[in-house]
Design a protein around this ligand. Structure first.
Ligand code: NAD
Length: 249
């Protein structure tokens, strides 16, 4: 199996892309540590992976809390001795433009999406450096490249995730650690649905978003998870600092 025994920490594992990634990694033989604020989501993913499997750990934590990142990674290392893969999928999207977003909401989006990527990378890196290998996989968004109306804090936070990932790739390549960012288009998850419901005409917004994709449809969480599987596995051993676009064209 591609990820035989590989110790993987996945944030945002309780829903959408993070959940699909956790399930795919576990089916590929990985040991998975699931992190999310949503306890119910974590339980559902654990059930789907298979109750009673010794290779799953769950952590109900807020990714924007630096204590949580350190605590969780220490617990994973105590249990399994190493961290080989980190996937940072936890994120929020509030909508808003520069003139409508409140400062508090701006700060929260950056705390979860951008700081929540930095903190978890910081917590795993010493262990990856010690092991002389590791793969950090972050999640940005096609909106960070093309922009999108009414979502300024989210778009900006994801632009920062791209830059941060490429910085990590450069700074830690010498230790055998790779860092790559997945850039999805619109993917059928609760986050996407919430972004339409926020609009005055959700159906028109859904159709407009669909038309941005030359393949004529939204992606599935599994289609993004396959990109993460590739980046986590040794098949991608010469790939670092890459912007891995999965956006239906
Ligand atoms: P989702 O809302 O289905 O899942 C996100 C998960 O993150 C949820 O389980 C949520 O509880 C968790 N989460 C949110 N804040 C958290 C916090 N502070 N601490 C811990 N967990 C927290 O979203 P998704 O669509 O699966 O998105 C996954 C990733 O993909 C995100 O980074 C998102 O920005 C990115 N992305 C999604 C799309 C899309 O169309 N769905 C497109 C591009 C990028």
């Amino acid at each position: 199996m591609k990820l035989d025994g590989r110790v993987s920490v996945i944030t945002g594992a309780g829903s959408g892309i993070g959940a699909a990634t956790a399930i795919l990694f576990a089916s590929g033989g990985a040991r998975v540590a699931l992190v999310d604020l949503d306890d119910k989501g974590l339980q559902e993913v654990r059930r789907e992976i298979g109750a009673g499997r010794a290779s799953v750990l769950e952590f109900k934590e807020d990714v924007s809390d630096s204590g949580a990142a350190e605590r969780t990674i220490q617990a994973v290392v105590r249990e399994w001795g190493i961290v080989e893969v980190l996937v940072t999928s936890a994120a929020i999207s509030t909508g808003g433009t520069v003139t409508t977003i409140t400062e508090k909401d701006w700060d929260r989006v950056f705390a979860v999406n951008t700081k929540g990527t930095f903190l978890w990378a910081r917590a795993v890196l010493p262990h990856m450096i010690r092991a002389g290998r590791g793969s950090i996989i972050t999640l940005a968004s096609q909106l960070a490249l093309a922009a999108g109306r009414g979502s300024a804090p989210y778009v900006a936070s994801k632009g920062a995730v791209i830059s941060l990932t490429r910085s990590i790739a450069l700074d830690y390549a010498q230790y055998g650690v790779r860092a790559n960012v997945i850039i999805p288009g619109a993917i059928e998850t609760p986050m996407l649905e919430r972004s339409f419901v926020r609009k005055a005409d959700p159906e028109a917004a859904r159709e407009c978003s669909r038309q941005r994709h030359p393949l004529g449809r939204f992606g599935t969480p599994q289609e993004v998870a396959y990109a993460a599987l590739y980046l986590a596995s040794d098949d991608s051993s010469f790939t670092t600092g890459a912007q891995f676009v999965v956006d239906g064209g």
